[in-house]
Design a protein around this ligand. Structure first.
Ligand SMILES: Cc1ncc(COP(=O)(O)O)c(C=O)c1O
Length: 476
């Protein structure tokens, strides 16, 4: 058997290596959990050093066993399962969802047309309708899964445009200056989506936030009237549940009332925080979300599934068919019908991963409760960490956190932005902790997203101590 392909498709090899890979990953997960050794959340390496390493690796003779490559990748990557990984909103994936992803990769379903994704398209319907119900929508609501929050938000805004104009068919005539109203704290993908849609800088109207970094709904009327007076056609208002930098929840009820008054599309970016709806304790944060026309929820943030997997929910499920009305003779026998099971009629993607399997597996194994518990633990940890910060005179809390995203800074002498930036850089280079930074009201703050339910108060206390040590070193 000389053929490379025949060898590469050897199932015995797959079986053997598969066991080894699972063992390797199980060891990593166990080690991350026990945190016994001097483990690093991030094995920091300068980009050029990293590039040189992999260029050299790429030039090596063929691999006999991929295990050493995987081990290498693991050791050189940021490790989101570590209890001291406290950086961006990337989830420590639930082990069962990792297994489901292996099945997904093996089956490699297409999803665009029913026969290429019979199970996947069906699971998407079940999952998005279940999520819609959790968010408080009526039975008419439905949706699909797309590849990430950025694409999900673009999809929601395209639905808003389809409801207000016929640009999809007529093209952009240049007569309409379309605009959206959005919090100045919204994720940059909203701005990007609006620009992709041709709205330009003037079409993205950023509404200021209050001291809790929530959109100031008292300014909506003024900003709307200014836009209208300037000849713009406002098509949507975007609410955040919660924002990226601070995890702040906009007053969705107030935004809903405003959009109703003027017949505007109400889109909610709930990529991070909409799963609060699973928890009786935190459900109040998303009050009003059920009045939205469209909502985006990242399963790959607070719902522990591997990237990328994002639900786009429509209050009126039928709206989803108006976004990408497309003909594809080679895929669908009926071009103008609206059947839920031909996924490609509603999604940006043609080929798309069956990420639904991961999410579905978690629901089947653990039910809604695992998501409620995750939210409650992590949001509770946010409040506990805020309390630790407030109890320590060396630190300043930027705001009272509503969820698991907490921003704070060390209160030393001189330029605090520079000091905190240096502290973060030192922490990252050392690698034991991984935290990030953000700018609030022009000043730099340290930022943590508490994504790992296994992180304890010990690690959080230790982080504050480490920051104090770093601050002392920076000051010298
Ligand atoms: C609130 C919010 N919306 C949208 C996004 C973009 O989502 P994705 O990274 O899945 O494209 C993020 C990412 O952090 C986010 O925090």
């Amino acid at each position: 058997m000389n053929s490379i392909l025949d060898k590469a498709y050897s199932t015995e090899n797959f079986r053997k290596r598969g066991h080894e890979v699972i063992d390797m990953l199980a060891d990593y997960l166990a080690d991350a959990k026990s945190d016994s050794a001097e483990v690093k959340a991030i094995p920091w390496q300068e980009p050029e050093e990293q590039l040189a390493y992999w260029q050299h690796d790429f030039s090596k003779p063929s691999l006999d066993n991929p295990l050493e490559l995987f081990q290498d990748v693991l050791e050189k990557s940021i490790q989101v399962h570590r209890k001291r990984y406290l950086g961006h909103q990337t989830t420590p994936t639930l082990p069962i969802s990792i297994l489901a992803t292996t099945v997904m990769a093996t089956l490699n379903q297409g999803m665009g047309v029913y026969e290429m994704g019979m199970v996947g398209n069906t699971l998407e319907k079940i999952l998005t309708e279940h999520l819609a119900q959790k968010l408080g929508f009526s039975g008419e609501a439905s949706g699909f899964i797309t590849s990430g929050g950025s694409l999900g938000n673009l999809t929601g805004l395209l639905a808003a445009r389809a409801a207000a104009t016929n640009i999809w068919n007529e093209g952009y005539t240049g007569k309409q200056q379309l605009a959206v109203l959005v919090s100045e704290e919204a994720h940059y993908c909203i701005d990007r989506a609006a620009r992709i849609m041709g709205l330009g800088t003037d079409g993205i109207i950023k509404v200021p936030v209050n001291d809790k970094f929530q959109l100031r709904t008292d300014l909506l009327e003024e900003y709307y009237q200014q836009a209208v007076a300037a000849g713009k056609q406002v098509i949507a208002v975007v609410g955040c549940a919660g924002t990226t930098s601070t995890g702040s929840y906009d007053n969705l009820e107030a935004i809903a009332a405003f959009t109703k008054k003027y017949g505007l599309w109400f889109h909610v970016d709930g990529a991070h925080g909409a799963p609060a709806a699973f928890s009786p304790k935190y459900r109040h944060l998303v009050k009003g979300i059920e009045q939205a026309d469209s909502v985006v929820v990242d399963y790959h943030k607070m719902m522990m599934t591997p990237s990328l997997s994002t639900a786009v929910i429509f209050k009126r499920g039928g709206d989803a068919y108006k976004i990408f009305s497309q003909r594809a003779q080679y895929l669908w026998s009926e071009q103008d019908t609206e059947e839920w099971y031909n996924g490609g009629k509603r999604t940006f993607e043609c080929t798309k991963a069956m990420s639904a399997l991961s999410v579905y597996t978690m629901f089947r194994a653990y039910g809604d409760d695992v998501f409620a518990e995750n939210i409650e633990r992590l949001y509770g940890m946010g409040a506990d960490f805020a309390a630790l910060i407030k109890a320590n005179d060396n630190f300043e809390l930027a705001y009272e956190p509503e969820c698991n995203i907490v921003c704070f800074r060390f209160k030393g002498e001189g330029d605090l932005s520079k000091l905190n930036q240096q502290i973060r850089r030192q922490l990252m280079e050392e690698g034991r902790f991984y935290i990030v930074q953000t700018i609030l009201n022009g000043d730099l703050y340290l930022r943590v997203s508490l994504m790992n339910p296994l992180t304890t108060e010990n690690e959080l206390q230790e982080l504050l101590q480490e920051i104090e040590v770093k601050a002392a070193a920076v000051a010298v």
